[in-house]
Design a binder for this molecule. Sequence first.
Ligand SMILES: NC(=O)c1ccc[n+]([C@@H]2O[C@H](COP(=O)([O-])OP(=O)(O)OC[C@H]3O[C@@H](n4cnc5c(N)ncnc54)[C@H](OP(=O)(O)O)[C@@H]3O)[C@@H](O)[C@H]2O)c1
Length: 261
Amino acid sequence: MSQQAATRVALVTGGSRGIGRGIATALGAAGWAVGVNYHSRADAAEEVAAAIRAAGGQAVCLQGDIGDLDCHAALLAGVQEAFGPLDLLVNNAGIGTQVRGDLLEATPESFDVVLATNLRGPYFLTQRVARAMVERTAADPAARPKIVTVSSMSAYTASTSRGDYCLSKAALAMLTALFADRLAPHGINVYEIRPGIIATDMTGPVREKYDALIADGLTPIRRWGQPDDIARAVLAIASEMLPFSTGQVIDVDGGFHLRRL
Ligand SMILES: NC(=O)c1ccc[n+]([C@@H]2O[C@H](COP(=O)([O-])OP(=O)(O)OC[C@H]3O[C@@H](n4cnc5c(N)ncnc54)[C@H](OP(=O)(O)O)[C@@H]3O)[C@@H](O)[C@H]2O)c1
């Protein structure tokens, strides 16, 4: 007699647009039940949820500013009440620097909002989710929940016009290392995905600049990355293709990270 497989449950922060939308949609198509977190664009989140449901999957939209720690409990409860315990957290939500400009003129206002959204929020959301995952694996050692954080090639590439963004992404690399080490004894693997230049709203304002740089060979693979490129890496992790890797950085950047001569 065939037993129905348990629903696998994911929470994708910033799942309404861009890379997060690609990840949420791909997980939904692969049979996952998805919590689609968004900040301000309820319409965009509803589109993602509708696409997942149209493909036969399950989704719930969850409003919440990741930088506001007070919303984290409701986010986690929202997805767990809808679908059950979380198998996958994808820390994807992020914002760019508030005003691009000379590092010597960078403001504490931009620093505070970028670091709150891109680092402080994910750090404490990961902590909250990790506690729940630890409890779960203690009760059910067969469960293999995972955490994926979307950082950036800005984790190691200096862009002096957006120092706060680079700092936030560099710190996410350590977030991954810390939680990977802490959670490994509990059977919880933690990964960092480092996107390169991906076609989304975030890169819309610099599209022409990057068109020219890519055409000039900035990346060995001479094309823009797409949200689906990142989604495929998340799917590989989510579907247990990397069971003996944790704290692993996965560059999804057309080879940008290579040192070349
Ligand atoms: N695009 C790239 O080239 C690139 C490269 C490297 C890394 N990344 C990283 O990839 C992630 C996604 O970037 P993207 O290009 O897809 O950006 P995007 O097109 O601007 O989309 C951002 C997403 O994050 C959500 N969001 C923003 N602030 C939030 C907050 N405070 N709380 C909850 N959700 C929030 C947005 O929700 P609403 O729809 O409600 O606004 C939206 O769904 C970011 O962490 C970014 O740093 C992007």
